[in-house]
Design a protein around this ligand. Structure first.
Ligand SMILES: Nc1nc2c(ncn2[C@@H]2O[C@H](COP(=O)(O)OP(=O)(O)O)[C@@H](O)[C@H]2O)c(=O)[nH]1
Ligand SMILES: [Mg+2]
Length: 421
């Protein structure tokens, strides 16, 4: 992994520098704004420093690099021009910008911001704790062996102590030992012997962010899959999540949404979705088999997006699994996308079994629900690493449509390293 800082007058310029040097896959890890204060205002201009990283295992082709830079620059210029235009219109501007983005972007609630600050604080506390413990350890050592301990060995033990603490934090958050070790080993390889606590911590943090990747959510552009299946065990929150996404697409993005349910095993399940369809004023179709599913492909031609609820059942229910596979196959591959809905409250062992079962049905992206009911989110990392499936949404409550958002890799990384106290 390559991590580098870039400083420029504007964020866009700094990002351009990063993309030019590291390639288009570079991820912005951190943005720091420098506003000169007091007398400095007279002499210095504000500037922006970004920290960008790229996984060097993912090489990029130099030949089409310049093409990509040109289009990146173009894109950034367009974005900047847009932003300037929109700025004048203030409140409406934010909305308009969101509209321009073809992904669903769901508002972060104030609660979220509070959570974010709490996480920042915890991360700072962790860093202080690490530094304190290491200073204490060094003091002990110095007392013990005044003689001629080689500096290199001391520095090395400092790094090891730091790694150990970070490892423990991850285990506390229920990250699988296997993946915690992998992270530590990969970061350790790239570090100098005398790396500071700060460097070690941010190394692990950045590695986690890179591994989690960007969320792959529903797109509404022309040519993107229109039929979106939600699969997963009963009770994880499939129907509720569909309602949240449907209302966001319908109300905020003015998309023509249609709902389908094949969960005909329980009357209440159909009624639950019918209620949401009624509130949103969108059509609901109940399908009993693959043929009816196939028919809805042309039936919903005029809809922008079709969200499909399925029956959960226990993950041991082979029959229902086959049914779902048939339903999914009724829609052409390039027109469908599948989301596996999992609850963060489910035990890791069970999650492994569930993901294995559903892997036999289809490829999927991952949605994690009920983040409000657990303080350990290691399973999000574990299951992403295990399945290699892209992450997408997270939900944190029963409120429709508010308690949902894209999975934020940076927040998860902070939480995994920040403990839960
Ligand atoms: N605490 C919490 N409860 C949720 C969340 N999402 C759904 N639920 C609740 O979980 C229960 C099952 O949800 P439902 O959507 O019917 O699950 P389904 O069987 O997978 O369709 C309901 O009581 C929901 O209100 C969430 O993010 N947090
Ligand atoms: Mg349901």
């Amino acid at each position: 992994m390559i991590i580098k800082k870039f400083r420029a007058a504007t964020e866009t310029e700094a990002i351009m520098q990063a993309k030019e040097e590291l390639g288009k896959d570079a991820i912005v890890m951190n943005i720091k704004k420098f506003e000169p204060r007091g007398l400095h205002k007279l002499f210095k201009k504000p500037s922006v420093e970004i920290t960008a990283a790229v996984d060097d295992s993912e090489s990029y082709d130099d030949l089409d690099k310049s093409d990509r830079i040109v289009s990146e620059v173009q894109k950034l210029k367009e974005q900047e021009a847009n932003a300037a235009r929109h700025n004048a219109q203030n409140a409406q501007a934010t909305q308009a910008k969101r509209e321009a983005n073809k992904d669903i972007i769901l508002d972060e609630s104030i609660d979220d911001k509070k959570k974010e600050t709490e996480i920042e604080e915890r991360l700072n506390n962790l860093q202080k704790l690490l530094e304190k413990q290491i200073i204490e350890k060094e003091k002990e050592k110095a007392d013990d062996e005044e003689k001629s301990e080689e500096k290199g060995v001391q520095e090395n033990s400092k790094k090891i102590a730091c790694m150990q603490l970070i490892y423990n934090q991850m285990i506390d958050n229920e990250v699988d030992e296997k993946y915690a070790n992998q992270l530590i080993n990969e970061v350790e390889k790239n570090l100098n012997k005398d790396a500071s606590v700060d460097t070690v911590l941010s190394g692990v943090y950045q590695k986690i962010v890179l591994k989690l990747g960007q969320p792959d959510t529903i797109k509404t552009e022309e040519g993107e899959p229109k039929f979106i299946f939600f699969i997963g065990p009963t009770g994880v929150g499939k129907t509720t999540t569909i309602a949240k996404i449907a209302s966001s697409l319908n109300l905020k993005k003015k998309q023509k949404v249609a709902l389908i349910t094949s969960d005909t095993y329980r009357i209440a399940a159909v009624e639950q979705l019918r209620t949401y369809a009624g509130i949103l004023g969108v059509p609901l179709k109940v399908v009993y088999n693959a043929d009816e599913m196939k028919a809805s492909y042309s039936e919903f031609e005029s809809s922008d997006i079709v969200l499909i609820d399925t029956a959960g059942g226990s993950h041991n229910n082979e029959e229902r699994q086959t049914d779902i596979a048939e339903l999914i196959k009724a829609i052409p591959k390039e027109q469908r996308k599948v989301y596996l809905v999992l609850s963060t409250t489910t035990k890791y062992k069970d999650l492994i079994k569930i993901t294995e079962k559903y892997s036999q049905i289809s490829d999927y992206n991952l949605i994690f629900t009920k983040l409000d009911e657990t303080s350990c989110i290691g399973n999000i990392y574990n299951i992403h690493m295990l399945t290699n499936a892209p992450l997408s949404y997270a939900t944190w409550g029963q409120n429709v449509p508010d308690d949902i958002g894209r999975i934020d890799a940076q927040r998860i990384a902070k939480q995994l390293l920040g403990g839960n106290d």
